[in-house]
Write a protein that binds this ligand. Structure first.
Ligand SMILES: Nc1ncnc2c1ncn2[C@@H]1O[C@H](COP(=O)(O)OP(=O)(O)OP(=O)(O)O)[C@@H](O)[C@H]1O
Ligand SMILES: O=c1[nH]cc([C@@H]2O[C@H](CO)[C@@H](O)[C@H]2O)c(=O)[nH]1
Length: 298
């Protein structure tokens, strides 16, 4: 279904993971097999949730679809997400633990090991998505987190297509991208890393499958926009920045791109704005910066 372009203040709907992130960092060289001195933070996380919170901080109306557990972590994360301005009324609470990502960093800030419990994200069903049909139908854009179960991802993409809502996908990781590959089609944009792009079949295959923009992320080296319009690849450099913690940079980047495109910017112009959002996130210890909108407006 085609419909007129969304109004500039249209709402974004994000379907994806909602986690509690526990990050522990040693203050001295790490000694395995024993207790190390260090510091720890417990913050809301999850790719879908982070994208939604970033959108709220940019002033964009946004609703989140996902699943949390009936535990203290779920209440903590949902309260914080709601307080940030995200509509969480369509988040389902199910018996069991909330999703979590536990990371151990050494005294340089390098990841030693991470543990992800994605059982809550895995519990989001196609029926959950279809039950939110009116929410999806009213969106100006739908963002899908590559952590979704394949059937749920496909159901959300199809529902959006039925209502003419453009879809943007973050493939998240190489294994998740490989699993989703056959379902990554008929999208406004997909944002793979180099490895994820290979797992999805490469640029020509994606463009042939109805993906309007393949926006390849190259971390500190920037990104490349590949489109089917014959413009060729457009390379963007990442802005120079101090690196404090890269966690969540990709989530801020995706949110800022969606916000800018809905506000009327072209894909490349929006991508440059999104890189500014990523750089601000990289320069901060926070996974999501509450001041993102203000900082970008400077
Ligand atoms: N080391 C770095 N130095 C400068 N900029 C960086 C660095 N790492 C990331 N960035 C910025 O952040 C953007 C997103 O980074 P990246 O492609 O690594 O995302 P990601 O792996 O999806 O992140 P996450 O999953 O943690 O949200 C980059 O395009 C770049 O603008
Ligand atoms: O394996 C995983 N690692 C990290 C995350 C989440 O990524 C977010 C950063 O982009 C972070 O908040 C974490 O919860 C995940 O969902 N699965």
């Amino acid at each position: 279904m085609t419909r007129p372009p969304a109004p500039p203040d249209a709402r974004v709907v994000v379907v994806g993971g909602i986690n509690a992130d526990l990050k522990a960092r040693t203050t001295a060289p790490l000694v395995p097999g024993t207790s190390n001195p260090g510091t720890a933070t417990l913050t809301p996380g999850g790719v879908g949730r982070n994208v939604a919170e970033n959108l709220a901080h940019l002033g964009r109306p946004v609703a989140l679809l996902g699943v949390v557990g009936d535990d203290d972590l779920g209440r903590l994360v949902l309260d914080a997400t709601s307080a940030a301005g995200v509509d969480v009324t369509h988040v389902r609470c199910r018996p069991g633990p909330t999703g979590s990502y536990t990371a151990l960093l050494d005294h340089h800030g390098e990841l030693v090991a991470g543990v992800a419990d994605m059982a809550a994200a895995d519990a989001l069903t196609p029926e959950d998505v279809r039950a939110a049909e009116s929410v999806v139908a009213g969106a100006g854009m739908l963002v899908l987190d590559g952590n979704l179960p394949v059937e749920t991802f496909a159901a959300a993409r199809d529902l959006a297509a039925a209502h003419g809502v453009p879809v943007v996908v973050d493939p998240v990781s190489v294994p998740k991208a490989a699993r989703l590959a056959a379902q990554v089609r008929d999208l406004l944009a997909v944002t793979p890393s180099h490895g994820e792009l290979a797992a999805l079949g490469g640029v020509p295959a994606l463009l042939a499958r109805g993906v309007g923009l393949v926006w390849e992320r190259r971390g500190a080296s920037g990104s490349v926009l590949h489109t089917a319009d014959g413009a060729g690849a457009v390379e963007l450099a990442a802005p120079e920045t101090a690196v404090v913690d890269v966690t969540g940079a990709g989530d801020a980047m995706l949110a800022a791109w969606c916000h800018a495109v809905l506000a009327g910017q072209g894909h490349a112009e929006a991508a440059a704005y999104a890189h500014e959002a990523a750089a601000l996130t990289v320069a901060s210890p926070l996974t999501v910066r509450p001041d993102l909108g203000e900082m970008l407006a400077r």
